[in-house]
Design a protein around this ligand. Sequence first.
Ligand code: UDP
Length: 234
Amino acid sequence: MQPKYKRVVLKLSGEALAGAQESGIDLNVVRSISKQIKTIHDMGVETAVVVGGGNFWRGRDADMDRATSDYMGMLGTVINALAFQDALENIDVMTRVQTAIEMKDVAEPYIRRRAMRHLEKGRVVIFAAGTGMPYFSTDTTAALRAAEIDAEVILIAKKGVDGIYDSDPNINPDAKKFDELTYLEILNKELKIMDTTATSLCMDNKIPLVVFGIDEDNSIVSVVSGSDMGTKVR
Ligand code: UDP
């Protein structure tokens, strides 16, 4: 099947990797998402993955020095990235992990041109350690990396929800799902889909976004194949 996109940034939240667990990594979830990544990779889609870290640590939630806490959060994303590297390479997908905080024994440092070269050579690039800076999020990392590597779209795979709603559908049964939205509407309606830094970065750089559910079967492949699932933002 002809994919809809040539180059994508796939943002996976840490929460999605925990599966039914409260925290940590459910390797079955990582393996199942990796299979979908292999499918889109085999379709010829250049795929960069930005992994979150909320399954280990969220900087702002801890009662401690914020910057230190955020560095702990960034390290959590590296653990997730290595789990994906292992799962993908086990199914013969070549990968490179690039970290925004240097840890050369573990992974390459983030180098934009090298990341783009890896993608051109058919490697999946996994961006870890967020932006490398405290007070930011991995959603902002996805926006930043998508702009830097000239990705056509950011795919945001969410756990427990299949798009953007006007209120939380897990609390309000009358919540209404949007098929399409603009970034301005997200900001004006104060929809909690991404933090405002990430939203503004996408808006200013005109990077479209698709928000969809990770719980639905094969959703990443469906979105890349052009299905109308989820909510499109531009
Ligand atoms: N983080 C950070 N700078 C970044 C990206 C992440 O300080 O550029 C820290 C922050 O503490 C955050 C944690 O890493 O709470 C995990 O990232 P995030 O909350 O974005 O993960 P997700 O919600 O996607 O699992």
